[in-house]
Design a protein around this ligand. Structure first.
Ligand SMILES: [Zn+2]
Length: 185
């Protein structure tokens, strides 16, 4: 089933990184993907870092925020926001607001439906050696500095033979660690 067009997903942070406004698209997107605990009003007033997993990912996001608060707009930063049965290629703009606030505007550029990936299902029970996944581009580290799409990792690492998928650690791939070096602000 095709998912709806969510439109532009907008949220705003205050100077303490607390979420103080989200739009209706955020609520629809969050409700469909993360459940009701990610919808307003439950997230309003919470610090955004409560919802981001992985130290490196948080550091990158903090650096992006700092960049924006020093007066830069960031446009069309590509990132992925996948679900088990869909790849979503997203773009993000960040705008400075008065008093060190920041507005995020995210949109789906295009999407590809796929067979649901058990490895990405948060309800799966897990065991085995941890896999490292990039939170920005959703690629998986298969060793020797090689990061591949999750479907390729499953086949290259023979993960589909397992009864339970391995646990996942969220990190950044080497390419996306340097996102700040060549963004367009
Ligand atoms: Zn990456």
């Amino acid at each position: 089933m095709q998912e709806p067009n969510y439109g532009e997903i907008v949220y705003r942070l205050d100077k303490h990184d607390r979420i103080f406004r989200v739009n209706e698209s955020w609520n629809r997107f969050a409700g469909a993907n993360g459940g009701s605990e990610l919808r307003a009003p439950r997230i309003l007033g919470r610090v955004v870092w409560d919802f981001i997993v992985g130290e490196e990912v948080i550091r990158l996001n903090q650096a992006l925020l700092e960049r924006v608060r020093s007066g830069h707009h960031l446009f069309d930063l590509p990132f992925r926001c996948d679900a088990p049965s869909v790849r979503r290629f997203m773009l993000m703009d960040l705008w400075p607001l008065p008093d060190r606030g920041v507005e995020y505007r995210c949109r789906v550029q295009y999407r590809q439906e796929r067979e649901p990936i058990r490895l990405l299902d948060p309800k799966e029970r897990r065991e085995g050696k941890r896999l490292r996944m990039c939170s920005w581009c959703r690629r998986v580290d298969i060793g020797r500095n090689t990061w591949v799409e999750v479907e390729d990792a499953i086949s290259l690492l023979d993960l589909f033979l397992r009864e339970k998928p391995p646990p996942i650690t969220h990190t950044l791939c080497p390419r996306d660690k340097h996102l700040l070096d060549h963004e367009n602000g």
